[in-house]
Design a protein around this ligand. Structure first.
Ligand SMILES: [Zn+2]
Length: 65
């Protein structure tokens, strides 16, 4: 579980990037299969989990540099 409020500015940017990527990949239906609206994504645990996984992957890639 990632607490967005505890992220540094740089990490928050990465988190936003991850969220956009997950959101862009699922423009009509959310990762959970429901129709997505902005509000749904805010409240969907599966969406959040997907964003966190993506964020951790991006973070790993970034740390390798
Ligand atoms: Zn969902």
């Amino acid at each position: 579980m990632i607490y967005v409020s505890s992220l540094s500015d740089e990490d928050y940017e990465l988190y936003e990037k991850a969220r956009n990527e997950v959101s862009d990949k699922h423009p009509i239906k959310c990762v959970c299969g429901k129709l997505c609206t902005g509000l749904h994504e805010l409240n969907c645990k599966k969406f959040k989990d997907a964003v966190e996984r993506k964020y951790l992957r991006l973070k790993k890639l970034q740390d390798k540099k």
